[in-house]
Design a protein around this ligand. Sequence first.
Ligand code: DHB
Ligand code: MG
Length: 217
Amino acid sequence: MIPITDPRIEHYLQDLRPAPHPIQAEMEQLAAEQGFPIIGPEVATLLAILVATSDARTVFELGSGFGYSAWWIARALPQDGVVHCTELDEGNIARGRDFLERAGLTERVKWHHGSALAALAQHQGHLDMILCDIDKEDYPAALSAALPRLAPGGLFVCDNTLWYGRVADPAEQDAATRGVRQLNQMIKDEPTLESVLVPLRDGLTVARRRDARHGAR
Ligand code: DHB
Ligand code: MG
């Protein structure tokens, strides 16, 4: 595996973290106890800034776990904004509902139990942001499904696009690594997107659907 960030830099970033909100701290402790892969506070803060600065109203999450990223997104949304959450595990949904209820954010969060891509297919209308964090072998299908749903100027944000550094090692040929690699290539080849892969934590891709105003450049 190829380390993405030197451990000394990781520690330095950790030292710069502000004190967590009590609900955030609870969620991070649960993730640590269960070994559950949350995006963590740095990626989450970047996500919240993207939601706020893009004036996103409707966000769709592919893979929500117990609502860690949804908590950050919901806080960054306007009063009438909605984050759609998708999750296969009912226990995770119950825990997520409880966290977001106690945070006073229930009205901005809608949970869908079952396949993330099936829920996306049923959603009507354009989305201002789609966050992708499902099984990595499904990443290419997720991008194909997400692209036509993205509003002009909308953001496709994808976690784990460096996948433990495996994407950069040709010897790694498992299905998950190939899925992430294929997604990264699809984004590179997609003329309607402007994108950057931020090497934060496990890699976060931020891709924006071009609109007429910021059209082909
Ligand atoms: C894993 C999955 C994730 O979505 C993540 O952010 C980190 C790790 C995993 O399955 O190992
Ligand atoms: Mg992830």
